[in-house]
Write a protein that binds this ligand. Structure first.
Ligand SMILES: [Zn+2]
Ligand SMILES: [Zn+2]
Length: 349
């Protein structure tokens, strides 16, 4: 431990986020010291604040959607230099079978608490942070840190799109125009598919339309019928469920094309959602129900490119009202309101 301190936010109990200090860890050979710029509050974070995901434990130093500037580099770091803008991905041990396959999200080290007992140990909401370089990805300088911080959610969407095997000119229905729904729609478009977005909240419908997607207002019309109409009665080639809802799961089954349709279950639901499936239907219609969660190293590399080139445009997915580290409690309160896109905590102010 160095004698320098870092300030960071953690969740200490339901409804309580607080700023604490701890000694800044030593910068190891393959570490860098980051001056943190922005960290966005993910659903995982604010649902624990709401008390919906308390199995994750306390105190939790979350914040896995973060970006910062390299301030110092460890003795053996070659590929990062002071001044680089980086976003956080997953850092594994680098040596286990999962890490060597690039499937770093399956590394046992990913789930470790920090040595001083903080769950997750991301410390994304901090002014200074020491990170291993194998979990960092460079983002083109000049990109807004709150947008660079979309690296991890974007990587998980790219992972899902690969599992779904999206093909050019396919029609994919995306249920839910929240942050993850609209990133899914953008990635589907990048894969060459046409995305139809179903959503009931006016704000989110407008955002989807501003991004150029055809939308269905599922509060006003039956999304199954709408998708059937938009696909000349054929149904969608694939459906991405980007909202944790039993109703959405059922709609996905119904708006799918007759044969060989694929459903990607992207969202978690707390409490867990259900899907009422007739296995004969799955059998005869040859339906695929695909789960996805996390991302591998290749996904992170692609996500970094997508953000750096502007091919993924997440600017509309950051709420205009931002917060400082000292306003962390307010930030969580804001992020927990229904209908919010990512609430960004700016860490250099
Ligand atoms: Zn996240
Ligand atoms: Zn590993």
């Amino acid at each position: 431990m160095s004698d320098k301190m870092m300030r960071f936010a953690c969740l200490t109990k339901k409804g309580t986020a607080e700023v604490r200090e701890r000694p800044l860890p030593e910068i190891g050979d393959f570490d860098v010291l980051l001056e943190m710029k922005a960290c966005n509050i993910c659903t995982t974070d604010y649902q624990q604040w709401l008390g919906l995901r308390e199995h994750q434990g306390y105190p939790m130093a979350g914040g896995h959607e973060a970006a910062g500037i390299v301030a110092r580099t460890g003795a053996k770091v070659r590929d990062f230099k002071p001044g680089d803008l980086v976003a956080t991905g997953y850092a594994g041990c680098g040596f286990c079978d999962a890490c060597r396959r690039g499937e770093v999200d399956q590394c046992a080290e990913m789930k470790q608490d920090s040595e001083d007992g903080y769950k997750w140990g991301h410390f994304g909401f901090s002014n200074l942070c020491v990170k291993k370089i194998n979990g960092l990805y460079k983002i083109k300088s000049g990109i807004r840190p709150s947008e660079a911080a979309f690296l991890e959610p974007l990587a998980t969407v790219i992972h899902g799109a690969k599992k779904l095997r999206l093909q050019p000119f396919e029609t994919v229905a995306v249920i839910g125009a929240g942050t993850m729904g609209l990133i899914n729609a953008q990635v589907a478009r990048a894969f060459g598919a046409k995305a139809l977005v179903s959503e009931m909240m006016e704000k989110k419908l407008k955002t989807a339309e501003a991004m150029g997607f055809e939308t269905v207002d599922c509060g006003k019309e039956d999304p199954v019928k709408a998708v059937m109409d938009m696909t000349e009665g054929k149904g969608a080639d694939a459906v991405i469920v980007a909202v944790g809802s039993t109703l959405a799961n059922q709609q996905a089954l119904e708006m799918l094309k007759e044969k060989d349709g694929r459903i990607l279950l992207f969202a978690a639901g707390y409490p867990a959602t259900e899907m009422d499936v007739d296995s004969n239907q799955i059998h005869y219609r040859r339906t695929e129900i695909i789960g996805t969660f996390g991302a591998d190293n290749a996904d992170f590399i692609q996500a970094a490119k997508a953000l750096s080139t502007g091919m993924a445009d997440v600017s509309m997915l950051v709420e205009k009202k931002t917060f400082t580290l000292d306003e962390i409690q307010e930030a969580y309160r804001e992020a927990s309101k229904p209908g919010m896109y990512r609430v960004s905590v700016l860490l250099d102010q």
